[in-house]
Design a protein around this ligand. Structure first.
Ligand code: F6P
Length: 550
């Protein structure tokens, strides 16, 4: 296993310099920065293929960025970018390359790793997916009763669910009109039962999506789906109604799926980065193969931008460094993401998994303890709904919450002037968060009041402002722009991981809960009394058994 050169990033002189710079500039108000520089927007924004990043509403100056670029150099960011691009095994704890960028390469690109032609392997699977997708979409692939497929149910969880779900939802304007794609992830029976109650087995196709093909939630749902299917069909019909997406051919076979109906991918694709692989099958079925290719092309355009642009004009690098500025040097603990687009409403959940499973770590890539905060808590909700839910805290609460606003400029569903209203709301929020509302303005609004009433109301109506945000404005939600957006966040997370010295590509933290669940499961039904947990867990197990008459 490679042991990469270790930099104690918080012992570097640039780390200390950034702390000093934060102390020297933290009293600066963004309102004043805008008032003194009419060109701030031009200086702190950049555009790539119809995706504009406005990062001017941040507590930064050019000096802040210079120092952050030095921090990136101290962590050898360029070196790590090159290692990832060329397929070095940078996922050290699992001894794997990290090559989701390879999934987005065009057919004429060249990339070989360990003697294998990655591009040829990727495109061979894409070709099989295209043939299958076309057949299902044009009705040639028929169910056991001779009717075309009308419903597709993706059974998967985590990265085998969220990525494709977000992209499929985002691109509903491109969806096949007669093919409904559903996602069932939770082992809670109601998720599958409620989905299946509306479906006909004769026209339903199941995709069992699991990189490992050992995830209990997914396999239990797959077994239950099979039982439901076999109520009206027979074993031989399974071949036309169940396909698998996995890296584990043996387990797929053992489940009873012919490898001919399996689409593979590789251990160098992390679950949360897998929507670009065969895990994207439900998206392909919904929007068609050519649109899926456009999604890959959008991702690839972002990859080239990321790998080839200098830090000062590199979107993922800028977003990552500004994130580190708040997270590390301002000790902001969370980061909110608000897509002003109903189709993108689950994007915060996907980025939450992407970021928190990648960088939610307390140990560096070589096993050393990190004595500074790493990945933030990522959360968010679609706008304008979020304004009526948690924006009160953003405007007048006590915490620093950096935000990303994601704003499509054109709607696929124009309805009167509703899109203008949505855009106005989004821009108003970023302006209000930045500018705030000072005493003079509030006094003018309260000019009718005086005395105690004024004293009581005035502070309640003040907005401190200085709350930072990025705005990502995309011309329209298209396969290409969604591809760019998703790849942008992937690279942002990678850059932050590099600077903190983290391996962003493993996820040992989810294993322990799985182990304990395996131990507790039999204890829920067997009246084993020698429970050896803490008193709370023992008490809850007994309480469950009592309620179930055990
Ligand atoms: O929650 C951990 C995790 O391993 C994720 O990283 C992954 O996307 C998910 O479980 C599902 O795993 P699989 O695709 O192997 O079923």
């Amino acid at each position: 296993m490679a042991n990469h050169r270790h930099v104690d990033i918080n012992s570097t002189p640039i780390w200390a310099k950034l702390h000093q710079h934060q102390r020297a500039t933290c009293h600066m108000h963004m309102r004043d920065l805008f008032d003194t520089d009419p060109h701030r927007f031009q200086r702190f924004s950049l555009e790539l293929d119809g995706l504009l990043l406005d990062y001017s509403k941040n507590r930064i100056t050019e000096r802040t960025l210079e120092l952050l670029f030095d921090l990136a150099d101290a962590a050898d960011l360029k070196g790590w970018m090159q290692k990832m691009r060329s397929g070095e095994r940078i996922n050290v704890s699992e001894n794997r390359s990290v090559l989701h960028t390879g999934l987005r390469l065009p057919v004429d690109a060249a990339l070989s790793v360990d003697g294998r032609d990655v591009v040829a392997d990727v495109h061979a699977v894409l070709q099989r997916l295209k043939v299958f997708t076309d057949k299902v979409r044009d009705g040639q692939w028929q169910g056991f009763a001779g009717a075309p497929i009308r419903d597709v149910v993706n059974l998967g969880i985590g990265g085998s669910d969220l990525g494709p779900l977000v992209v499929k939802e985002a691109l509903s304007a491109y969806a096949h009109p007669d093919l409904n794609v559903h996602f069932v992830s939770n082992v809670d029976g109601q998720h599958l039962a409620r989905t299946l109650e509306r479906l006909d087995p004769a026209t339903t196709l199941f995709i069992i999506a699991s990189k490992s093909f050992t995830t209990p939630e997914t396999l239990l749902n797959a077994q239950a789906a099979r039982v439901w299917f076999l109520r009206e069909a027979s074993e031989v019909d399974i071949a036309r109604h169940f396909v698998a997406v996995s890296t584990n051919e043996a387990a797929v076979k053992a489940f009873g799926i012919d490898p001919e109906h399996m689409f593979g991918f590789w251990d160098w694709v992390g679950g949360r980065y897998s929507v670009w692989s065969a895990i994207g099958l439900p998206v392909m079925l919904s929007i068609g193969f050519d649109n899926f290719r456009a999604f890959l092309d959008g991702g690839h355009a972002m990859d080239r931008h990321f790998f080839d642009s200098p830090f000062a004009s590199n979107m993922p690098v800028l977003m990552a460094l500004i994130g580190i500025w708040y997270n590390t040097f301002y000790q902001a603990h969370t980061h909110a993401i608000m897509p002003y687009d109903h189709g993108l409403r689950r994007l915060p959940a996907h980025i939450q998994q992407l970021d928190m499973e990648s960088n939610g770590k307390r140990v560096g890539r070589n096993g050393e303890a990190l004595d500074f905060d790493t990945g933030p808590v990522i959360w968010g909700e679609e706008g304008a709904n979020s304004q009526h839910a948690f924006f009160q805290l953003l405007h007048q609460g006590t915490r620093l919450v950096p935000c990303d606003f994601i704003l499509p400029l054109n709607s696929h569903y124009p309805l009167g002037n509703q899109h203008d209203v949505l855009v106005a709301n989004c821009l108003a929020q970023t302006e209000a968060l930045m500018r705030g509302k000072g005493e003079a303005e509030v006094m003018r609004e309260l000019s009718q009041l005086s005395g105690e009433q004024l004293d009581m109301l005035l502070p309640q109506k003040l907005f401190p402002g200085n709350q930072p945000s990025n705005t990502l404005a995309l011309d329209k939600v298209t396969p290409y722009s969604v591809g760019m957006l998703m790849a942008l966040y992937e690279h942002k997370v990678f850059v932050q991981g590099v600077i903190w010295g983290i391996n962003s590509f493993d996820q040992w933290g989810v294993e322990y809960g799985k182990q304990l669940a395996r131990r507790i499961l039999p204890e829920l039904s067997d009246a084993v009394d020698a429970l050896a947990h803490d008193s709370s867990t023992n008490g809850l197990i007994r309480h469950y058994r009592e309620r179930h008459g055990k």
